[in-house]
Design a protein around this ligand. Sequence first.
Ligand SMILES: Nc1ncnc2c1ncn2[C@@H]1O[C@H](COP(=O)(O)OS(=O)(=O)O)[C@@H](OP(=O)(O)O)[C@H]1O
Ligand SMILES: Nc1ncnc2c1ncn2[C@@H]1O[C@H](COP(=O)(O)OP(=O)(O)O)[C@@H](O)[C@H]1O
Length: 190
Amino acid sequence: MNNFICFISSKQRTRSFEKRMNKCIWLLGLSGAGKSSISLELKELFISKGLKCLILDGDILRKGINSNLGFTEADRFENIRRAAEIAKLFMEEGYWVVVAMITPMEEMRKNSRQILQNQYVEVFIDTPIEVCMERDPKGLYQQVKEKQIKNFTGIDSPFEIPQHAHLSIETAYFSIEESAKLIFNQVIEN
Ligand SMILES: Nc1ncnc2c1ncn2[C@@H]1O[C@H](COP(=O)(O)OS(=O)(=O)O)[C@@H](OP(=O)(O)O)[C@H]1O
Ligand SMILES: Nc1ncnc2c1ncn2[C@@H]1O[C@H](COP(=O)(O)OP(=O)(O)O)[C@@H](O)[C@H]1O
């Protein structure tokens, strides 16, 4: 009998998740802030609830559909616009979409908000540049120091502190798993 009650309640829980309007969770922040790591963990959480989830990661898009784009302001704007349009297509098919892109300027964020409307959820992965430089997971900050890379975000290319983020996560205080759970709970509850 207990098993039976459990079975019904877990089904109901899944249905209540399915009924929610799917969202695009837009993780933005400096290189090394933790966007990609948190996006992977978030995807696991969506999948564990039986929800379809797609990650759009700047690094990956730039190897394929956006391989003709660089890091000028105009190219970044176009890179981000395309990601928002791809997100919209997948959301029409019922996917929850997690974007992991630096998205350095307010005008770029505003454009994504306009494309995705009330399905856009902006999350600032707030990690100080000193911490990102210390982590340097891809050795890019070292390459910047050696003057091999120019126009690097936060160094010689601007990053505007988000003014309209729905949520800010200071990764100094939360692990990757904790950050993903915080974001997940926030988007599922609202
Ligand atoms: N000049 C410069 N500035 C910033 N980042 C650089 C640069 N050159 C290469 N990379 C690598 O590109 C990744 C960022 O791509 P995005 O598409 O997220 O950038 S943006 O949103 O268009 O600004 C970024 O990935 P993340 O480290 O995951 O942020 C880097 O791996
Ligand atoms: N609390 C944390 N949150 C996110 N990443 C963290 C944290 N602590 C350490 N890291 C590490 O920082 C690095 C972040 O890299 P990545 O996820 O690629 O960032 P981004 O996609 O923003 O460039 C990873 O090596 C990750 O393991």
